[in-house]
Design a protein around this ligand. Structure first.
Ligand code: ATP
Length: 225
């Protein structure tokens, strides 16, 4: 089943002759429970693509369909709710709330949506990511790799349709990067979680199930599921 699809997706910054064609007609399909890396050099359009897949920005033209819903047909408020329910984000700089402990951070998006966490599912995620002994810690007392594991747990906990990861190992040393990548792969398999990760690092990209290559705002390899 296709869980994520873009059609002729374009994002231009500016107008006329000086416009930057950050994305220039992207057609992409991602199968449910796949772990996909989007790889490309700096300025190729990776962040622009990820922002559009997550509904954080609107395209110049084209569509993004997540779990059967064309997201840019939604009004801003509807899109905010859809994003909270259907998309988990993992950022390079973790984006944890410093005054909340690890457990509170993990269940925060579920509570913000007015729901109770599925305790057994959250417990499975916590144990898979090896965070059982850290649940009462504040993020500042954790290493970078541990903080990123918390961010991954938070992204997974609400069972989103897709997890979008923006250079998730960008702030980590190479050994910790390998650990975090291994955990992303394990969680994708164990929880049948679709993950789309952007990276400029070829070694990191190689650990995904599939590599989509982007150059100058166009997909040049791996576009089809
Ligand atoms: N807000 C903006 N205004 C104007 N141009 C932009 C804006 N955001 C991105 N761009 C341009 O769009 C192109 C694609 O940028 P994008 O950030 O998507 O690339 P990237 O592959 O994520 O790069 P990096 O790996 O360096 O983060 C680049 O030429 C960039 O300069």
């Amino acid at each position: 089943m296709i869980i994520l699809e873009t059609k002729d997706l374009k994002k231009y910054y500016g107008r006329g002759d000086t416009a930057v064609h950050a994305l220039d007609g992207v057609d992409l399909q991602v199968e449910n429970s796949q772990f996909v890396a989007v790889a490309g050099t700096s300025g190729s359009g990776k962040s622009t693509l990820l922002h559009l897949l997550g509904g954080l920005d609107r395209p110049t033209s084209g569509t993004v369909t997540v779990d059967g819903k064309e997201i840019f047909a939604l009004k801003d408020e509807e899109l905010t709710i859809f994003r909270r329910r259907k998309i988990g984000f993992v950022f390079q700089n973790y984006n944890l709330v410093p005054v909340l402990n690890v457990y509170e951070n993990i269940v925060l998006p579920i509570q913000l949506d007015g729901n109770e966490p599925d305790k057994s599912y959250v417990d499975q995620i916590i144990s898979t990511l090896g965070l059982e002994s850290k649940l009462n810690n504040l993020p500042n007392n954790l290493s970078g790799g541990q903080q990123q594991r918390v961010a991954i747990a938070r992204a997974l906990a609400s069972k989103p349709a897709i997890v979008l990861a923006d250079e998730p190992t960008g702030n980590l040393d190479s050994r910790t990067s390998q650990d975090v990548m291994g955990l992303l792969k394990v969680t994708s398999e164990k929880f049948r979680q679709t993950i789309v990760m952007i990276t400029h690092n070829e070694e990191i990209a190689q650990l995904a199930d599939r590599i989509v290559r982007i150059e100058d705002g166009r997909i040049v390899g791996g576009a089809r599921a």
